[in-house]
Design a protein around this ligand. Structure first.
Ligand SMILES: Cc1ncc(COP(=O)(O)O)c(C=O)c1O
Length: 387
């Protein structure tokens, strides 16, 4: 543990267990620690740095905006924000073209839940087992794992959990009291479990028939990570509400809810955020989105992801139980706890994340090169060779 990490830990309330390093610089898919060591970054700020670290266009946009105006409440229009909203509507699924801007994933989920209740006049929410939707009280109620929920009484009156991927189980509980069904197309935190396209289409149809809203949580899957702009695009499904955050603004905190045709405009004052849609985040988001579009990063994620998953599948080691994912959202399910592998990967110059107890999760920048991914595969092979 470096001195920086020890000092930081002493000044915090204890929510984060430090991984020893102090990261001081990033460039593309690589980050550097305070001792000058280099790492291939398959954490990317928990899926935030999709366009890579230290992106020139985002830096220039931030500097330009900071020289004009940094903050502007949503009760006034702002040119940068207006332009961003138009840009965003170019990539969201057809018809999802009105937005609420906020500052994080959990805030986007909070807002979507409130919108669902206000729109339908119903209060029951259906979520999925192993699902993760955030840590503020409303979003937390729809998060499955007791690790996150056990200390807190549920603030949402009624949340039911059904198995992810099971249409019949959903059909059994969805009724005229249900305001919304919320789910991730690929469960990230829950272990990289990929929903089938048929399942997404069935969920959408069931919601429509029962007067409930379908909330797609695209916070981790969004902005090209799975090989399309949004995971819902693989199934050709247009959710009623779509939550996004993470990769949106090239590293700056930002989130959004996109609303479709079934969402009418809501009474003013029903919801809001002081920092939501601030010009600085919007300027970064416009630059990040422009970069993703000009380099077709969703296509790149698809191509690189296919290559990476194939290479991982070729390892065929008895310690590997399964390899799952889509695009550059990839999980390697190990027979046993994942923490020792994460530690060894880090020592070997690769940063990766856990997803549950046994899954190694890779969320690299979508700009990562084949050579960098090959380094990840080789390091994992070396570690498994030692095991
Ligand atoms: C699918 C999903 N939903 C919601 C969240 C919460 O986002 P945030 O940490 O920005 O509040 C996350 C974060 O990992 C997530 O992966």
């Amino acid at each position: 543990m470096t001195d920086w990490a020890k000092r930081e830990e002493r000044r915090e309330l204890g929510f984060y267990k430090k991984r020893g390093l102090c990261l001081v610089r990033g460039e593309g898919a690589r980050v550097y620690d305070s001792q000058g060591n280099e790492y291939v970054d398959c954490i990317a700020g928990h899926g935030v740095a999709s366009i890579g670290h230290n992106n020139r266009y985002v830096k220039e946009a931030l500097a330009e905006q900071a020289n004009r105006i940094i903050t502007c409440p949503e009760s006034f229009a702002n040119d940068t924000r207006t332009q961003y909203l138009d840009d965003l509507a170019q990539v969201t699924p057809e018809g999802l073209d009105r937005f609420y801007l906020c500052n994080s994933g959990t805030e986007a989920v909070e807002a979507a839940l409130k919108i669902a209740v206000a729109t339908t006049g119903r209060t029951r929410i259906i979520s999925t087992m192993r699902g993760f939707h955030g840590r503020t009280m409303g979003a937390l109620t729809t998060t499955w794992s007791c690790t996150y929920r056990r200390e807190f009484a549920p603030p949402f009156p009624e949340v039911l959990f059904v198995p992810h991927g099971d249409t019949e189980a959903l059909e059994d509980v969805l009724d005229e009291d249900t305001a919304a069904v919320i789910l991730e197309g690929i469960q990230g935190e829950g272990g990289i479990h990929v929903a089938s396209e048929e399942y997404l289409r069935a969920v959408h149809g069931l919601c429509e028939r029962n007067g409930a809203l379908f909330i797609a949580d695209e916070i981790q899957t969004g902005f090209g990570r799975t090989g399309k702009w949004f995971f819902s695009d693989h199934a050709g499904v247009v959710p009623d509400l779509m939550c996004t955050a993470k990769a949106m603004a090239g590293g700056l905190p930002m989130g959004a809810v996109a609303g479709g045709r079934r969402i009418e405009n809501l009474p003013s004052g029903l919801h809001g955020s002081t920092f939501g849609g601030n010009p600085l985040a919007c300027a970064a988001a416009s630059a990040a989105l422009g970069y993703m579009r000009s380099r077709d990063l969703p296509a790149r994620a698809r191509e690189m992801g296919d290559w990476f998953i194939n290479q991982l599948r070729e390892i065929e080691h008895p310690q590997i139980r399964d390899i799952r994912g889509r695009g550059l959202m990839v999980g390697v399910d190990m027979r046993g706890r994942v923490t020792p592998y994460l530690k060894k990967l880090q020592e070997g110059g690769i940063l990766a994340l856990p997803a549950g107890r046994t899954v190694l999760r890779f969320l690299p920048p979508l700009t990562i090169t084949e050579a960098e991914l090959a380094q990840v595969v080789q390091t994992l092979k070396d570690i498994l060779g030692e095991a």
